[in-house]
Design a protein around this ligand. Structure first.
Ligand SMILES: *Cc1c(COP(=O)(O)O)cnc(C)c1O
Length: 400
């Protein structure tokens, strides 16, 4: 049979057609009224999407650029910071803060798990200036407790800034940025907003802006003070990624349309969509006789599935691609060969989710000897989860 190539990867994610058209049409110069109107509109929409009253800034970089900007603007050499890590992206916080000369304390949890609050509390010191964490750790498909961490910091009377990499958290999990007291939140274009890689966005709290004013790190391209000053005039400090910004505007319009024209409702619908795709997938792979990686709490951004004992997960990744055009990701680093990940972040719907699970049944039938395998078991389980979740949602609407 012919194969359509489809991404099932947690970044880059599938592109929204409306955003692709907007990109192709974005033949405008950035020092014009036309661009300023676009930029101001998109920055305003992003505030709503992130869910903050604070400015959201856009940077022409991958997500890691905004992570670096958070470190260079919000710490100074010698600052004591605490990194919470349980995967490849947590390790990136550790490497970044060390690169900028912080004195780094680390609380780690095994891959596939999240931190124990008691350990975080014990590691927090009076002089801890910042705490770094992921909302969802994409390498293990685990969700961390941002609300709980914020509460813990408040409860301990800590003055530390809470800096959250929500690059796969935004659009897949509920985040009350201002309400919880998150001081820096970071997103990336190639994730929930369904456009190509190349843009990062972030927002800082008032407290964080105060720290940014006095940081002793050298900053130039990623000087957030300068970027905010320009953004408030509808400008970016340097040549912005014009086409991606046009795409982002189209994508945020589309998300708003999912909420009947309301971007907050649209964002909630996007989160709910990812949660439903993830719940369908988790139940289905277990019904198939495979095991989820780790103990969770599981993220909705992606699902990490263990290859059976003695099977290289790379073989399953290859089979899904060569037989069905489905691109799933292998494990990263030491998880390579052990697990594969199916994404739900962004533009994945019922049809996509049922499709990848049906393809996985084919690969399992041909390549794995799973005890109790029967055709349709995974798909039927996913169908049931879908029906239950969507009928509960429908009933809630009726009762509201
Ligand atoms: C994708 C991702 C990043 C950013 O990676 P880039 O390749 O720099 O865009 C950071 N953190 C998490 C959790 C991610 O999923």
């Amino acid at each position: 049979m012919i194969r359509k190539t489809r991404l099932f990867t947690p970044g880059p994610t599938p592109l929204l057609p409306a955003a692709q058209f907007a990109m192709a049409a974005a033949d405008i110069h950035h020092r014009t009224a036309e661009f300023r109107a676009l930029y101001e509109r998109v920055l305003g929409q992003l505030k709503t999407f992130v869910g903050t009253k604070n400015d959201v800034l856009l940077l022409a970089s991958s997500g890691t650029g905004a992570m670096e900007a958070a470190v260079s603007n919000l710490t100074s050499p010698g600052d004591r910071v605490l990194v919470l890590t349980a995967g490849k992206f947590g390790e990136r916080w550790e490497a970044l803060t060390k690169a900028f000369g912080c004195a780094v304390d680390v609380v780690s949890a095994p891959y596939g798990e999240t931190f124990v609050a008691e350990q975080v509390k014990a590691a927090l010191k009076g002089e801890t200036k910042a705490v770094f964490v992921q909302a969802t750790e994409s390498s293990t498909a685990v969700r961390h407790d941002v609300a709980g961490t914020a509460k813990l910091l408040k409860g301990a009377g800590s003055e530390a800034l809470l800096i959250v990499d929500a690059i796969t958290g935004l659009g897949t999990t509920k985040l009350d940025v201002d309400g919880w007291g998150v001081d820096a939140i970071i997103g990336g274009s190639q994730k929930a907003v369904m456009i190509p890689p190349g843009l990062a966005y972030l927002s800082l709290s008032d407290r964080a802006w105060k720290v940014a004013e006095t940081s002793r790190n050298p900053r130039y391209y990623f000087d957030l003070r300068k970027e905010r000053k320009n953004a408030r005039k509808g400008e970016s400090s340097y040549t912005p990624a014009v086409a991606l910004i046009a795409a982002l505007g189209a994508s945020l319009d589309w998300i708003a349309a999912q909420g009947g024209g309301d971007l907050v409702a649209g964002r909630e619908a996007l989160v709910d969509n990812a949660e439903t795709c993830a719940a369908m997938t988790r139940a289905a792979v277990e019904a198939l006789g495979l095991r989820l990686f780790g103990r969770g709490p599981y993220a909705a951004a992606a699902t990490a599935v263990l290859a059976p004992e003695g099977v290289d997960s790379g073989v399953l990744v290859k089979e899904l691609k060569s037989r069905f055009g489905a691109i799933v990701t292998n494990g990263q680093g030491e998880m390579k060969g052990k697990l594969f990940r199916i994404a739900h972040i962004g533009l994945f719907d019922y049809m996509d989710t049922i499709g990848i699970l049906a393809a996985l049944e084919q690969v399992a039938a041909a390549n794995l000897k799973l005890p109790g395998f029967a055709w349709g078991k995974a798909v039927a389980t996913a169908q049931q989860v879908y029906a239950e979740r969507t009928s509960v949602a429908a009933a809630e609407l009726v009762n509201a």
